[in-house]
Design a protein around this ligand. Structure first.
Ligand SMILES: Nc1ncnc2c1ncn2[C@@H]1O[C@H](COP(=O)(O)OP(=O)(O)OP(=O)(O)O)[C@@H](O)[C@H]1O
Length: 261
């Protein structure tokens, strides 16, 4: 049986300049009626034109933004039926986030940074330490645990941020341009980490990226252009080479459209 992790129906998101919700002229229509489903185990990318609404969509998936209209279900639960506390619990326990800028706390050691979500959950110190060390070992950062974040390279910082995202054992990892601040070698290593999280740990991944090489590792890509789904590409028979060509073609097509606008 296929289990849905995320489903949207005619999802609409508007922002309002200066929070002026009464003034239609202040309205910015970002997402314009999206129907998207992400099933259990899928590794999905969101790509598309700059300003098209990718980050906004990811924030909605991660319960960081409310929707304006339509429906958004997380594991079958209608987000509009959930209380603030329930949303916060889902955000902390069922979703792990990875951001382009890492967001590690300089006043804490690397090991403590990994444990932050469990500290917020008031978990037992021994349990936190054990999980933190297990993840650090799995992702090859166990030698860094006593260091300060500022002593690490970008790639190391991002692997620490991934350990932090995984510490509460969420079902879904969401990442917004996670390789945006990394060099090519660190990006490749990070992508292997995401493969391991998806295939080894059996977790969903939803990733926003502009990089076709990164997107090529996923199984499905939603292209968002000006708030609508311009295309959905799926990897067929695990054929990465063919998938890569299709991604490039789609990117070219979308760039062509933007140039013509
Ligand atoms: N909090 C906000 N208030 C008002 N407008 C916003 C807000 N957040 C985003 N926007 C606007 O919504 C639109 C979509 O932004 P979003 O960041 O989702 O796009 P994106 O596809 O992720 O872009 P990029 O690829 O450049 O990161 C943009 O026009 C942006 O200026």
């Amino acid at each position: 049986m296929v289990t849905e992790i995320i489903r949207t129906e005619k999802l609409v998101k508007n922002y309002y300049r200066n929070n002026d919700t009464k003034n239609p002229e202040a309205r910015i229509e970002v997402l314009k009626g999206l129907d998207i489903t992400v099933n259990e185990g899928e590794y999905v990318c969101i790509m598309g034109s700059s300003g098209g609404g990718k980050t906004t969509l990811l924030k909605i998936f991660g319960m960081m933004e409310a929707i304006t209209d339509g429906k958004f279900y997380f594991k079958g639960r209608d987000a509009s039926d959930l209380w603030k506390d329930e949303l916060a619990d889902i955000r902390r326990r069922e979703i792990g986030f990875v951001f382009q800028d890492f967001y590690l706390m300089d006043s804490l050691s690397v090991g403590e940074n990994i444990m932050v979500p469990m500290i917020l959950d008031k978990a037992l110190a021994s349990e936190m330490k054990e999980k933190m060390q297990g993840l650090a070992k799995r992702f090859g950062v166990e030698k860094l645990l006593d260091k300060a974040p500022k002593e690490l390279s970008g790639g190391e910082k991002q692997r620490i941020a991934i350990c932090r995202a995984l510490i509460n054992d969420p079902d879904v990892i969401m990442a917004d341009e996670p390789t945006g601040n990394l060099d090519a070698k660190s990006s490749r290593r990070l992508m292997e980490t995401f493969d391991e999280i998806n295939q080894g740990m059996k977790k969903n991944i939803i990733l926003v990226t502009h990089d076709p090489k990164i997107a090529c590792r996923s199984s499905k890509i939603f292209f968002i252009d000006d708030g609508v789904i311009a295309a959905v590409l799926e990897k067929r028979d695990g054929d990465s080479a063919q998938f890569y060509r299709e991604i490039l073609r789609m990117m070219e097509q979308m760039e062509g459209q933007t140039d013509a606008d």
